[in-house]
Design a protein around this ligand. Structure first.
Ligand code: KIV
Ligand code: ZN
Length: 388
């Protein structure tokens, strides 16, 4: 370790990710995802919501039995039956965690919970205590924390810590916060709640405004040391903070983000492909880190730069995230440099005149055709050689 602060990576692909409409996975698929998460060094795998169905319960039990290194968490509402069911599922793990949550914002209290603030405080104390009687590792989440008045949120966090919660998660459930606000919320809570240092604070950000990763990193700057995230940013509505983006931001910008985590980024491309296949959610081409185009260049200026020094247009090395190599995509924006390199790769050595003519015809073709394959280039070079 480098002496930098350690940030715990909590993956919730199998719980919040699976809650995306249409993303449900079979037991076998969940086991495959859990295996790669464990192998890549994720600290905590939230394996499901055991009370939700027998299938979820079975998946959490099975993942708990098989995990080698990761802590296995099961989600529970602030209801005794949920907590007991989660406890039953995670007890199979080498290290298990019950993650219990309750809403704290005025709008949730009025319309969803139909409870007063005082009643919710009592629920927090009784449910966290119940969970702690089952297991030592208990996470408590304040659902809709970012729309909760800070004084009341402080009282809730104080109650949860007093009842024995070891991790306090303050989610941006509806993806509403901005980075400055999210950071300030953690600073305020950690400065006002007695015994705040007895718990690890956690971020959990949804991406409704496209700010989930920025907010997560801001929360860490405000003192949080656990990041909840999912592979490919899979999750409710616009998704959760993407694990691969968080991990690569920490690694690539360690100059301004002085934290480290245990995840080996070499696994993220494989994990992304697996989660996309089993959830049926394609990864957008321009998705950061794991999109098909994340390490692809078509523009002539960029390709020219890349051929001279990859750092001209790449801030990360593709092999660091498990991608074999950068791809220089041949298209109408490509220049002579990249075209010559492509011909060399395909095994052609042609004279200057033939090269110029082949390049002219390649540009003509690229104006008409969206995708230029190696076979297209071979055909036009063969044709050029034949007509000489
Ligand atoms: O977004 C959220 O608030 C959640 C909680 C259950 C932690 O997913
Ligand atoms: Zn969530």
């Amino acid at each position: 370790m480098s002496g930098q602060d350690h940030v715990v990576i909590f993956d919730t692909t199998l719980r919040d990710g699976e809650q995306s409409p249409g993303a449900s996975m079979t037991l076998e698929e969940k086991l495959q995802v859990a295996e790669i998460l464990d192998d890549m060094g994720v600290d905590i795998i939230e394996a499901g919501f055991p009370i939700a169905s027998n299938g979820d319960f079975e998946a959490v039990c099975e993942i708990a039995k098989r995990a080698d290194k990761a802590v296995i968490a099961g989600l529970a509402r602030a209801i005794n039956a949920d907590i007991d069911r989660a406890g039953d599922a995670v007890r199979h793990a080498r290290r298990g965690r019950i993650h219990t949550f309750v809403s704290t914002s005025p709008i949730h209290l009025e319309f969803q919970m139909k409870k007063t603030e005082e009643e919710v405080l009592e629920i927090i104390t009784s449910t966290v205590t119940r969970a702690r009687n089952l297991i030592d590792d208990v996470e408590w989440s304040a659902m809709d924390a970012t729309r909760t008045p800070i004084e009341y949120l402080s009282r809730c966090v104080e109650a949860a810590i007093r009842a024995g919660a070891t991790t306090i998660n303050l989610p941006d459930t509806v993806g509403y916060a901005t980075p400055d606000e999210y950071r300030a919320m953690f600073e305020a809570i950690r400065n006002t709640v007695p015994d705040a240092d007895k718990a690890i604070f956690s971020v959990h950000c949804h991406n409704d405004l496209g700010l989930a990763v920025a907010n997560s990193l801001a929360g860490v700057a405000g003192g949080a040391r656990q990041i909840e995230c999912t592979i490919n940013g899979l999750g409710e509505r616009a998704g959760n903070a993407a694990l691969e983006e968080v991990v690569m931001a920490l690694r690539t910008r360690s100059d301004v983000l002085p934290y480290e985590c245990s995840v080996d980024p070499k696994f993220v491309t494989r994990a992304s492909k697996l989660v996309s296949a089993v959830s049926g959610f394609p990864v957008q081409y321009n998705k950061a880190i794991v999109g098909k185009n994340a390490f692809a260049h078509e523009s002539g200026i960029h390709q020219d730069g890349m051929l001279k020094n990859a750092e001209t247009y790449e801030i990360m090395r593709p092999e660091d995230v498990g991608v074999k190599e950068t791809s220089l995509v041949m298209g109408k924006h490509s220049g002579r440099h990249a075209f010559r390199q492509k011909l060399e790769e395909l095994g052609y050595e042609i004279g200057d005149n033939a090269f110029e003519e082949a390049f002219r015809r390649f540009k003509e073709l690229a104006d008409r055709k969206k995708h230029i394959y190696d076979e297209d280039i071979e055909a036009l070079v063969e044709n050029e050689i034949a007509t000489q």
